[in-house]
Design a protein around this ligand. Structure first.
Ligand code: BGC
Length: 256
Protein backbone atom coordinates (compact mmCIF):
# COMPACT_ATOMS: atom_id res chain seq x y z
CA UNK A 1 0.00 0.00 0.00
CA UNK A 2 1.27 3.49 -0.86
CA UNK A 3 2.45 5.95 1.76
CA UNK A 4 -0.40 8.31 0.85
CA UNK A 5 -3.21 5.83 0.28
CA UNK A 6 -6.61 7.51 0.69
CA UNK A 7 -5.18 11.04 0.87
CA UNK A 8 -6.24 13.89 -1.39
CA UNK A 9 -3.65 16.36 -2.65
CA UNK A 10 -3.46 19.55 -4.69
CA UNK A 11 -0.30 20.47 -6.60
CA UNK A 12 -0.14 23.97 -8.06
CA UNK A 13 1.89 24.30 -11.23
CA UNK A 14 1.48 20.56 -11.69
CA UNK A 15 1.92 20.35 -15.44
CA UNK A 16 5.67 20.92 -15.75
CA UNK A 17 9.02 20.49 -14.08
CA UNK A 18 9.12 19.82 -10.35
CA UNK A 19 5.32 20.03 -10.10
CA UNK A 20 4.81 17.28 -12.67
CA UNK A 21 7.32 15.09 -10.83
CA UNK A 22 5.45 15.65 -7.57
CA UNK A 23 2.08 14.83 -9.13
CA UNK A 24 3.40 11.51 -10.47
CA UNK A 25 4.96 10.49 -7.16
CA UNK A 26 1.94 11.46 -5.02
CA UNK A 27 -0.31 9.45 -7.32
CA UNK A 28 2.08 6.49 -7.27
CA UNK A 29 1.81 6.51 -3.47
CA UNK A 30 -1.96 6.26 -3.65
CA UNK A 31 -3.08 9.90 -3.34
CA UNK A 32 -5.87 11.35 -5.45
CA UNK A 33 -4.27 14.41 -7.05
CA UNK A 34 -5.72 17.65 -8.35
CA UNK A 35 -3.15 19.25 -10.58
CA UNK A 36 -3.43 22.89 -11.35
CA UNK A 37 -1.99 24.34 -14.52
CA UNK A 38 -1.82 27.92 -15.74
CA UNK A 39 -0.83 27.64 -19.40
CA UNK A 40 0.01 24.07 -20.42
CA UNK A 41 -3.31 22.25 -20.61
CA UNK A 42 -2.05 19.47 -22.90
CA UNK A 43 0.80 18.62 -20.56
CA UNK A 44 -1.60 18.59 -17.58
CA UNK A 45 -4.08 16.36 -19.42
CA UNK A 46 -1.32 13.94 -20.43
CA UNK A 47 -0.22 13.54 -16.80
CA UNK A 48 -3.79 13.06 -15.58
CA UNK A 49 -4.44 10.47 -18.32
CA UNK A 50 -1.30 8.55 -17.39
CA UNK A 51 -2.44 8.45 -13.75
CA UNK A 52 -6.02 7.42 -14.44
CA UNK A 53 -4.77 4.90 -17.03
CA UNK A 54 -2.73 3.28 -14.29
CA UNK A 55 -5.79 3.06 -12.04
CA UNK A 56 -5.15 6.24 -10.03
CA UNK A 57 -7.27 9.34 -9.47
CA UNK A 58 -6.43 12.72 -11.00
CA UNK A 59 -8.23 15.97 -11.72
CA UNK A 60 -7.03 18.82 -13.92
CA UNK A 61 -7.98 22.39 -12.95
CA UNK A 62 -6.91 25.61 -14.65
CA UNK A 63 -6.08 28.28 -12.07
CA UNK A 64 -3.86 31.32 -11.80
CA UNK A 65 -2.47 31.04 -8.27
CA UNK A 66 -1.95 34.79 -8.08
CA UNK A 67 -5.75 35.19 -7.94
CA UNK A 68 -7.23 34.16 -4.57
CA UNK A 69 -10.59 33.45 -6.22
CA UNK A 70 -8.85 30.93 -8.49
CA UNK A 71 -7.15 29.09 -5.64
CA UNK A 72 -10.45 28.98 -3.74
CA UNK A 73 -12.06 27.46 -6.87
CA UNK A 74 -9.20 24.95 -7.06
CA UNK A 75 -9.84 23.81 -3.49
CA UNK A 76 -13.62 23.62 -4.08
CA UNK A 77 -13.21 21.62 -7.30
CA UNK A 78 -10.89 19.19 -5.52
CA UNK A 79 -13.30 18.67 -2.64
CA UNK A 80 -16.21 18.26 -5.07
CA UNK A 81 -14.29 15.58 -6.96
CA UNK A 82 -12.60 13.70 -4.12
CA UNK A 83 -14.62 14.58 -0.99
CA UNK A 84 -11.85 16.10 1.13
CA UNK A 85 -8.37 17.65 1.11
CA UNK A 86 -5.28 16.48 3.02
CA UNK A 87 -2.23 17.93 1.27
CA UNK A 88 -1.54 21.22 -0.51
CA UNK A 89 1.71 21.53 -2.44
CA UNK A 90 2.40 25.17 -3.31
CA UNK A 91 4.71 24.51 -6.23
CA UNK A 92 3.85 27.08 -8.92
CA UNK A 93 6.58 29.66 -9.25
CA UNK A 94 8.26 32.01 -11.67
CA UNK A 95 11.68 33.62 -11.80
CA UNK A 96 12.83 36.67 -13.78
CA UNK A 97 16.46 37.35 -12.85
CA UNK A 98 17.20 41.04 -13.46
CA UNK A 99 19.85 43.42 -12.13
CA UNK A 100 18.34 45.42 -9.28
CA UNK A 101 18.52 48.80 -11.03
CA UNK A 102 16.46 47.48 -13.96
CA UNK A 103 13.65 45.71 -12.10
CA UNK A 104 10.28 47.06 -13.21
CA UNK A 105 7.18 47.38 -11.09
CA UNK A 106 5.50 44.74 -13.29
CA UNK A 107 8.32 42.26 -12.64
CA UNK A 108 8.05 42.86 -8.90
CA UNK A 109 4.25 42.54 -8.91
CA UNK A 110 4.15 39.37 -11.02
CA UNK A 111 6.86 37.45 -9.19
CA UNK A 112 5.54 38.38 -5.75
CA UNK A 113 2.01 37.56 -6.88
CA UNK A 114 2.87 34.06 -8.12
CA UNK A 115 5.66 33.11 -5.71
CA UNK A 116 4.35 34.58 -2.42
CA UNK A 117 0.78 35.87 -2.61
CA UNK A 118 -0.26 32.67 -4.40
CA UNK A 119 0.95 30.29 -1.68
CA UNK A 120 -0.48 32.61 1.01
CA UNK A 121 -4.06 32.54 -0.27
CA UNK A 122 -3.95 28.95 -1.51
CA UNK A 123 -2.91 27.96 2.00
CA UNK A 124 -5.74 30.03 3.46
CA UNK A 125 -8.30 28.30 1.23
CA UNK A 126 -6.85 24.86 2.08
CA UNK A 127 -6.71 25.66 5.80
CA UNK A 128 -10.39 26.63 5.87
CA UNK A 129 -11.17 23.27 4.29
CA UNK A 130 -8.92 21.42 6.77
CA UNK A 131 -10.79 23.08 9.65
CA UNK A 132 -14.19 22.40 8.08
CA UNK A 133 -13.40 18.68 7.88
CA UNK A 134 -12.24 18.51 11.50
CA UNK A 135 -8.57 19.51 11.38
CA UNK A 136 -5.38 17.82 10.27
CA UNK A 137 -3.62 18.55 7.02
CA UNK A 138 -0.30 19.43 5.52
CA UNK A 139 1.03 22.25 3.37
CA UNK A 140 4.33 21.90 1.53
CA UNK A 141 5.82 25.00 -0.06
CA UNK A 142 8.30 24.43 -2.86
CA UNK A 143 10.59 27.23 -1.87
CA UNK A 144 14.25 27.38 -2.95
CA UNK A 145 17.75 27.46 -1.57
CA UNK A 146 17.18 31.18 -2.20
CA UNK A 147 14.82 31.44 0.76
CA UNK A 148 18.12 31.69 2.65
CA UNK A 149 20.96 31.92 0.12
CA UNK A 150 21.37 35.35 -1.49
CA UNK A 151 21.59 35.49 -5.29
CA UNK A 152 22.96 38.52 -7.10
CA UNK A 153 20.65 39.67 -9.88
CA UNK A 154 17.62 37.85 -8.47
CA UNK A 155 16.41 40.17 -5.72
CA UNK A 156 12.68 39.85 -6.30
CA UNK A 157 12.76 36.05 -6.39
CA UNK A 158 14.90 36.00 -3.24
CA UNK A 159 12.48 38.38 -1.50
CA UNK A 160 9.54 36.15 -2.43
CA UNK A 161 11.27 32.95 -1.30
CA UNK A 162 12.50 34.62 1.88
CA UNK A 163 8.89 35.56 2.50
CA UNK A 164 7.87 31.92 2.10
CA UNK A 165 10.40 31.00 4.77
CA UNK A 166 8.81 33.27 7.38
CA UNK A 167 5.31 32.38 6.20
CA UNK A 168 5.98 28.70 6.92
CA UNK A 169 7.51 29.43 10.30
CA UNK A 170 4.69 31.74 11.36
CA UNK A 171 1.87 29.52 10.11
CA UNK A 172 3.43 26.42 11.66
CA UNK A 173 2.80 28.13 15.00
CA UNK A 174 -0.61 29.50 14.16
CA UNK A 175 -2.07 26.37 12.54
CA UNK A 176 -0.63 23.77 14.90
CA UNK A 177 -3.70 23.92 17.14
CA UNK A 178 -5.63 22.48 14.19
CA UNK A 179 -2.96 19.82 13.65
CA UNK A 180 -1.98 21.40 10.34
CA UNK A 181 1.70 21.12 9.44
CA UNK A 182 3.53 23.45 7.07
CA UNK A 183 6.96 22.58 5.72
CA UNK A 184 9.17 24.09 3.02
CA UNK A 185 11.19 22.06 0.56
CA UNK A 186 14.11 24.08 -0.78
CA UNK A 187 15.32 22.80 -4.15
CA UNK A 188 18.72 23.72 -5.49
CA UNK A 189 19.43 23.53 -9.19
CA UNK A 190 16.94 21.11 -10.71
CA UNK A 191 16.57 20.30 -14.41
CA UNK A 192 13.26 22.03 -15.20
CA UNK A 193 11.99 24.75 -17.54
CA UNK A 194 12.78 27.48 -14.93
CA UNK A 195 16.47 26.59 -15.38
CA UNK A 196 16.43 25.86 -19.10
CA UNK A 197 18.50 28.88 -20.17
CA UNK A 198 21.26 28.16 -17.67
CA UNK A 199 21.34 24.45 -18.45
CA UNK A 200 21.50 25.10 -22.21
CA UNK A 201 24.75 27.01 -21.63
CA UNK A 202 27.68 24.63 -20.92
CA UNK A 203 29.80 27.32 -19.23
CA UNK A 204 26.98 28.35 -16.88
CA UNK A 205 26.19 24.70 -16.16
CA UNK A 206 29.82 23.98 -15.28
CA UNK A 207 29.95 27.01 -12.99
CA UNK A 208 26.78 25.84 -11.25
CA UNK A 209 28.05 22.25 -10.92
CA UNK A 210 31.27 23.52 -9.37
CA UNK A 211 29.20 24.83 -6.43
CA UNK A 212 27.21 21.63 -5.93
CA UNK A 213 29.17 19.18 -3.71
CA UNK A 214 27.33 16.16 -5.17
CA UNK A 215 28.29 17.39 -8.68
CA UNK A 216 25.02 16.85 -10.44
CA UNK A 217 21.95 18.84 -11.37
CA UNK A 218 18.91 17.52 -9.50
CA UNK A 219 15.88 15.89 -11.08
CA UNK A 220 12.21 16.56 -10.28
CA UNK A 221 12.04 13.11 -8.65
CA UNK A 222 14.63 14.19 -6.09
CA UNK A 223 12.18 16.84 -4.91
CA UNK A 224 9.10 14.66 -5.32
CA UNK A 225 10.56 11.92 -3.09
CA UNK A 226 11.05 14.46 -0.29
CA UNK A 227 7.53 15.82 -0.74
CA UNK A 228 5.96 12.36 -0.53
CA UNK A 229 7.70 11.62 2.74
CA UNK A 230 7.04 15.05 4.28
CA UNK A 231 3.37 14.81 3.37
CA UNK A 232 3.05 11.31 4.83
CA UNK A 233 2.26 10.34 8.40
CA UNK A 234 5.92 9.32 8.77
CA UNK A 235 6.70 13.05 9.02
CA UNK A 236 3.89 13.87 11.46
CA UNK A 237 6.29 15.56 13.91
CA UNK A 238 7.83 17.87 11.29
CA UNK A 239 6.53 21.41 10.92
CA UNK A 240 7.87 24.94 10.49
CA UNK A 241 11.17 23.98 8.96
CA UNK A 242 12.83 23.69 5.55
CA UNK A 243 14.32 20.59 4.00
CA UNK A 244 16.89 21.62 1.41
CA UNK A 245 17.19 19.16 -1.47
CA UNK A 246 20.14 20.64 -3.28
CA UNK A 247 23.11 18.27 -3.53
CA UNK A 248 24.81 20.37 -0.85
CA UNK A 249 24.58 23.73 -2.65
CA UNK A 250 23.50 25.48 0.56
CA UNK A 251 26.61 24.37 2.44
CA UNK A 252 29.10 24.66 -0.42
CA UNK A 253 32.44 25.60 1.11
CA UNK A 254 34.77 25.65 -1.89
CA UNK A 255 37.28 23.04 -3.05
CA UNK A 256 40.58 21.90 -1.58
C1 BGC B 1 16.35 28.75 -9.18
C2 BGC B 1 17.34 28.26 -10.21
C3 BGC B 1 18.74 28.21 -9.62
C4 BGC B 1 18.74 27.43 -8.34
C5 BGC B 1 20.10 27.39 -7.67
C6 BGC B 1 16.47 27.92 -7.95
O1 BGC B 1 15.57 28.40 -7.00
O2 BGC B 1 15.04 28.65 -9.70
O3 BGC B 1 17.29 29.12 -11.31
O4 BGC B 1 19.64 27.61 -10.52
O5 BGC B 1 17.80 27.97 -7.45
O6 BGC B 1 20.67 28.66 -7.58
Amino acid sequence: MGLLQGKVAIVTGGSLGIGAGIVHRLAAEGAAVALDFHTHRDAADAIANAITGAGGRALVVQADVSLPADTQRLVSATVNAFGRLDILVNNAGIEQPTPFANVTEDQWDRQIAVDLKGPFFATQAAFRQFVAQGGGGCVINISSVHEELPMVGNSVYCAAKGGLRMLARTLANELAANNVRIVNVGPGAIATPINATTLADPAKTQALLAEIPLRRIGQPTDIANAVVWLASDQASYITGTTLFVDGGLMIYAGSL
